[in-house]
Design a protein around this ligand. Structure first.
Ligand code: NAP
Length: 296
């Protein structure tokens, strides 16, 4: 097998492909969900990489294991979840992963990665780096809580529960996330898209202060110590890109951060709109946008 060209495919929901894929495509279908240990407070669960992420979230809540409810409805497989450290509504999967089991096609052996080996970061991990391209994730081991203590720090989530008179319980948080996402984000099975197309940029405090003096309404959130997260969608929206079409792609009408396929998009269409937005954002805000999906 030519090791320089293996494409591991989950469900392709965070992947931008060339028009022609000249590679051996491997789609892992490992489908086990196994509780490997349990005490009063936590359960350790090993899940095959081929399991659909949202089905695992559903399974976890049905079995009274908590923590993943904010990550409901994220498209893709369990095997893809550590690759970009999926996150939504203040929760990141890295906080629940204790081990990733994989097969390294270069070394021809099974390898295990602890949480710290994975080098998780904001929508990033070691598995996104090019030297891990020959690593096939077989299963992911999660440690989930047995007490229901959902995070509803995101205003949209809290408001949904308040408006619908729902208590802060994992099952309702899941319902809220499903309702909000379904209203705002295009279903990739209906309208082709890879979710958030750009990462939210992280900037220093001095950079934020400079931006705020020029753009008082700029949306930002504390990230860590002296760093702040800017809402990339807001930056893109300010430049009038919401609903903007170039070739066969456009930025979605209800969320400027999502690029959608209008029907017959090519890789070049995707790259052209990506480059146009990056150039304009840089020109206006002096901020560099990084893409979130993997360009294979
Ligand atoms: P939104 O509510 O319009 O908010 C815009 C951005 O502000 C989000 O990207 C979010 O950052 C940030 N934000 C909002 N409230 C925050 C808070 N209390 N503390 C810190 N940061 C806050 O975002 P949206 O597009 O509807 O998405 C809602 C959530 O789903 C977000 O967490 C988003 O990341 C997630 N999502 C992920 C994907 C994906 O492909 N990975 C796709 C769609 C949505 P964060 O993105 O860092 O949370």
């Amino acid at each position: 097998m030519d090791l320089t060209s293996i494409l591991f495919l989950g469900s392709g929901s965070n992947l931008v492909l060339p028009n022609l894929v000249e590679a051996t495509v491997i789609r892992p279908r490992f489908s086990q969900i196994e509780i490997t240990s349990e005490d009063d407070k936590f359960a350790t669960i090993e899940v095959g990489s081929g399991v659909e992420w949202n089905e695992f979230v559903q399974w976890s809540l049905k079995n009274h294991f908590y923590g993943l409810e904010n990550l409901s409805l994220i498209p893709g497989t369990v095997g893809a979840s550590p690759i970009q450290n999926i996150g939504a509504y203040g929760v990141e999967v890295k906080d629940f992963i204790i081990q990733v089991n994989a097969y390294d096609f270069t070394e021809r052996k099974f390898v295990t990665y602890s949480n710290s080996d994975c080098a998780f970061d904001y929508r990033h991990s070691k598995f996104k780096e090019s030297d891990r391209r020959n690593t096939m994730i077989c299963s992911v081991v999660f440690k989930l809580k047995k007490t229901d203590c959902s995070d509803v720090s995101y205003v949209e989530l809290k408001n949904y529960l308040t408006e619908n008179n729902l208590p802060i319980r994992a099952e309702y948080v899941r319902d809220a996330v499903v309702a909000i996402r379904s209203k705002k984000l295009p279903d990739p099975k209906v309208i082709g898209n890879v979710g958030s197309f750009f990462k939210n940029p992280i900037v220093s405090k001095s950079k934020l202060l400079k931006l705020q003096s020029e753009f008082p309404n700029i949306v930002s959130y504390p990230y860590s110590d002296d760093r702040f997260k800017l809402a990339a969608g807001w930056l893109i929206d300010q430049l009038g890109f919401k609903g903007h079409q170039l070739g066969e792609v456009k930025m979605f009408e209800t969320q400027a951060l999502v690029m959608v396929n209008c029907g017959r998009a090519t890789r070049l269409d995707v790259e052209n709109l990506r480059d146009k937005i990056r150039t304009e954002v840089h020109k206006k805000f002096d901020v560099d946008l990084e893409t979130e999906p993997i360009f294979w």
